[in-house]
Each structure stands twice: as C-alpha cells, then as structure tokens.
Ligand binder design. Structure first.
Ligand code: ZN
Ligand code: FE
Length: 253
C-alpha cells in the first residue's frame, strides 16, 4: 500500500500534511485544528499520530484540540520538549518507526530553531521539512547559526534527488522573486518561476517540489557552487559564508 498524502492549507500560508499509511494516519504539524478536522472527516479518517517539526505556534497551535478529539499520540523533538505540547514520544536524530511506506526517520535539521526535525519517509520518497528546506527557499535562522543551517540543508540535499519535499509554508512565489536576484540567468530557475506564478494564479499549492528541482534552482542549496559565489561577489568564500550572505540578503529582501 503506497502512502496517501493530503495537503491541508491552514492559517494564512501554512501547510499541514495528512499521511495515510499501512499502520494508520499521521499528521505532520498542526497549525490549527479546524481545517485538519475537516480534511479528516470528509474522508472518514481517524487521526492516530501527530509528528511535530518544531515549537513555533504556527506548527503546533492545533495539537491540543486534535489530541482531545482523537486521543492521538503526539511526537516531536526532544530538544524542544519544554516548549512543546506534552509529547508521548520525544524524538532525536535517527529515531525511526512505522512500517512499509510509512517507515519514518527523524532527521535533525537545526537552524530555524535548534531542535527542528524533518521527517523522511525513505520507502515513499518523501520528506517533510517544515521551515528548514522550503520550495525555492529555507526558513529564517532564528535560533541557530548560518553554518548550522547550511549543514542541515546539506543533509536534506543528500537525500535521493527524486524525493518529494513537503515544506511548511506557501512562500514560493516570493522566494522565486528573490532567487532570480541571485541567479537571473539560470534557465531552470526562470522556467520554475513561471510555473510557480501560473500555479499561484490558479490558486494551487506549489508544494511538494522535487529535490532535484530544488538542487537546480534553490539559491540556498546552490550557495556552494562557484558560479553562485561569483554572482554574489564572494568567489573564494567558504560554502557556509556564501550561504550566510544569501540568507542575509533574503532577510532584507
Ligand atoms: Zn517556524
Ligand atoms: Fe512556520
């Protein structure tokens, strides 16, 4: 049985994801309960597990209402346990569970927050990255350092290129505008920016995205490339320095 993944728009521009596998239904992040309950009820589904990526309110605001309604198990990063709703299972890097297509590995991807986890479903070719790697972007560095975030992105970049990346926000159109300031002549980026604009004009989500496409177009994954360093006037800089400069420019964009 393959995974069935449902994208649930929440709040202003967040995404939660329902994942239906052979051992039940799990939710990646709970920005708010209402749209998630509606998505479950319209399918006749019961929620078994919530996997939390990080402590920000726009990823956990719906946890308690969902727990009260479904009695689901809540799992999330042990490193952020003190700032999270009560965890039934506190996870660290490398923790794994689930069967078949739902087999899941927690990956530590600190930077946006210090305990941020991504959830990799290797048998299904999917990774849920929330505010670490995003479509054409990455999360702001609120708690970590640029070298830490760069290392986290490198871990995600090393997954199989056919992996589908499910990130936590619909920021892609703005990210595309910024990416074009870094690599205005990148043909893959130009064509992706056009497709993103067309999807948004139709009101469609731009997630998930293919990791291979992120590698070809996302300036934050491409910071180590010589042509990108040259384009930002940082030939000779380390990869992490180049990444830090691109992140700094995006913060000011
Ligand atoms: Zn966040
Ligand atoms: Fe967020």
């Amino acid at each position: 049985m393959p995974l069935e993944i449902v994208t649930v728009p929440c709040l202003k521009d967040n995404y939660a994801y329902l994942v239906r596998g052979p051992d039940g239904i799990c939710l990646i992040d709970a920005p708010e309960a209402g749209p998630i309950i509606a998505a479950l009820e319209s399918r006749g589904w019961h929620l078994d597990t919530i996997l939390i990526t990080h402590h920000h309110h726009d990823h956990v605001g719906g946890v308690e209402e969902l727990r009260a309604k479904y009695g689901c198990e809540v799992m999330g990063p042990k490193a952020e346990e003190a700032r999270l709703p009560r965890l039934d299972l506190a996870l660290v890097d490398g923790d794994a569970g689930g069967e078949g297509a739902a087999y899941t590995v927690a990956l530590a991807v600190p930077g946006h927050t210090l305990g941020h986890l991504a959830y990799h479903f290797p048998n299904a070719g999917a990774v849920f990255t929330a505010d670490s790697l995003m479509a054409l972007g990455c999360g702001r560095i609120f708690e970590g350092t640029a070298p830490m975030m760069w290392h986290s992105l490198q871990r995600l970049a090393a997954l199989p290129p056919e992996t589908l990346v499910y990130s936590g926000h619909e920021y892609t159109a703005g990210n595309a505008k910024f990416a074009l300031t870094i690599e205005p002549g990148n043909p893959a980026l130009i064509s992706r920016a056009e497709r993103v604009a067309a999807s948004r004009a139709r009101g469609e989500p731009t997630v998930p995205s293919l990791l291979s496409e992120e590698l070809a177009t996302n300036p934050f994954l491409r910071a180590g490339r010589a042509e990108v360093k040259a384009a930002i006037g940082m030939a000779g800089a380390t990869d992490a320095e180049s990444f830090a400069e691109i992140r700094r420019r995006k913060d000011a964009f």
